[in-house]
Design a protein around this ligand. Structure first.
Ligand SMILES: O=C(O)CCC(=O)C(=O)O
Ligand SMILES: [Fe+2]
Length: 352
C-alpha cells in the first residue's frame, strides 16, 4: 500500500504560542460529532479487576489461581486492568514522570532539536495525520524506541534534563520484566505453556516509549486529546498522570473513565495480542479527553514482538470451534501507521 503524504503540524504548545485562535481548526475537524466534555462529567468509572502482580507467581497454588481467574476476566471483557505490586518503585515512577515533564516545559528552541521527520513516528511532536478529515490530537508526544538497546536513536533522546536518558533506561528495564511475567500469566490463562506468547515475540521484545503531554485546552469539548484507538502493541504498560484523569475505555459500546490508582500501572491488550490469542483477548479501545484546568502527562510503554517476526493466531487456539480469525502478519507497527493517521483501525483489515 502506498504511504499517503503527511499533513504537517507543529507541537500543540508551539501552535498555541503562535496563534490568536483559542483552538485552531486542525484540532476541531469533527467537533460536530463530539460531546466529550459532557460525557466526562457523567460517565461511569471503570470497575475492572486490580491484579496483584506478586500473586501471579505465588507459591500458594490457590492464591495464584484466584489471581489468574481475575486476570482472565479482565482480558476477555475489558482488555485492560490495573496492576499493583509490580516491583517498580514509586520513586522510579515519579522520577520518570519528573524528567518527562521537565523535557516538555523546556523552551521551544531546545525541544525543537528532537522534532520527528515527516512520515516517521520516532521523535518529538504531534502525531502523523494523513487525511484532511482527521483532526490532530491535542497532544505532544515524544516517541522513542527504547529496547532492544541497539534500536535506540539517541539523537531523539533529550539531553536536558541530564538524568532523562538514565531514568528512562532504568524504567524500561523494569517494564521489560513486568511484560514478561504478565505475558506468561496470559498464556496460563488460556491453558498454554508459559512461554507460548513470549516465543511469538521472536528474538526479543520490542519496547517503544510514548511520552504524552496534553496541554491545557480552553475548549476541551471540541478536541480529542487522543482519538479513539487501540494500541498496535501486544500489551501496553501505562504510567498515568498522578493527579489528572482523562483516559477512557470502551466496553460494550459504552465509555468508562479510568481511575487513577496511586502506585498502579494500567495495562491494556494491544492489537497484536488480540491477533495472537485468535480474538479471545480483546484489544482495548480507548481515548483521552482534554482538560481546561490542568495539563496532563502519561507514559505508554508499548511491548511488541520483534519486527521481523511473523505473528498470527497461535495454532493451539485454532480449532473447529474457534476458526482462525486473523491473517499471519509481520511489522504490525508499520501497518498501524498506515491506517491510524487516516482515522482507520488497522486490526479490522487483518481479519480473515
Ligand atoms: O494518556 C493516556 O492515558 C493514554 C495514552 C494512549 O492511549 C497512548 O499513548 O496510546
Ligand atoms: Fe493508546
Amino acid at each position: 500500500m502506498q504511504v499517503a503524504p503527511e499533513i504537517p503540524s507543529k507541537p500543540v504548545q508551539d501552535i498555541l504560542a503562535s496563534t490568536s485562535e483559542d483552538v485552531p481548526d486542525i484540532f476541531t475537524r469533527d467537533a460536530g460529532k463530539l460531546s466529550l466534555a459532557a460525557d466526562s462529567t457523567t460517565l461511569p468509572w471503570m470497575d475492572c479487576p486490580i491484579i496483584d502482580f506478586s500473586l501471579l507467581s505465588s507459591p500458594d497454588a490457590v492464591e495464584a489461581k484466584e489471581e489468574l481467574t481475575k486476570l482472565s476476566y479482565a482480558l476477555v471483557s475489558w482488555g485492560s486492568f490495573q496492576v499493583m505490586n509490580h516491583g517498580i518503585t514509586d520513586s522510579l515512577m515519579d522520577g520518570v514522570r519528573e524528567v518527562s515533564k521537565e523535557f516538555f516545559i523546556l523552551p521551544a528552541e531546545e525541544r525543537k532539536k528532537y522534532l520527528r521527520a515527516a512520515n516517521d513516528p520516532e521523535g518529538y511532536g504531534n502525531d502523523t495525520v494523513m487525511s484532511q478529515n482527521v483532526p490532530h490530537n491535542w497532544n505532544d508526544r515524544l516517541y522513542l524506541n527504547v529496547f532492544p538497546e541497539d534500536q535506540r536513536k539517541l539523537g531523539f533522546w533529550p539531553q536536558i534534563p541530564s538524568n532523562f536518558r538514565g531514568t528512562l533506561h532504568e524504567f524500561t528495564m523494569k517494564v521489560k520484566q513486568v511484560n514478561e511475567t504478565l505475558v506468561q500469566a496470559m498464556a496460563r490463562c488460556l491453558g498454554l505453556e508459559d512461554n507460548s506468547f513470549l516465543e511469538e515475540y521472536g528474538d526479543s521484545v520490542r519496547v517503544t516509549a510514548r511520552i504524552n503531554f496534553y496541554p491545557k485546552c480552553p475548549f476541551p469539548e471540541l478536541v480529542h486529546a487522543s482519538r479513539t484507538h487501540s494500541d498496535a502493541s501486544a500489551i501496553t504498560i501505562l504510567l498515568q498522570d498522578k493527579q489528572v484523569e482523562g483516559l477512557q475505555v470502551l466496553k460494550d459500546d459504552n465509555w468508562f473513565k479510568v481511575p487513577i490508582i496511586p502506585s498502579a500501572l494500567f495495562v491494556n491488550v494491544g492489537d497484536q495480542m488480540e491477533i495472537m490469542s485468535n480474538g479471545i483477548f480483546k484489544s482495548a479501545v480507548h481515548r483521552v479527553v482534554a482538560n481546561s484546568e490542568r495539563e496532563r502527562l502519561s507514559l505508554a510503554m508499548f511491548c511488541s514482538p520483534d519486527h521481523e517476526k511473523e505473528i498470527g493466531p497461535l495454532n493451539k487456539l485454532v480449532n473447529e470451534n474457534q476458526p482462525r480469525l486473523y491473517k499471519t502478519i509481520k511489522t504490525y507497527g508499520e501497518i498501524f501507521f498506515r491506517y491510524h493517521p487516516k482515522g482507520e483501525r488497522p486490526i479490522t483489515a487483518m481479519r480473515i
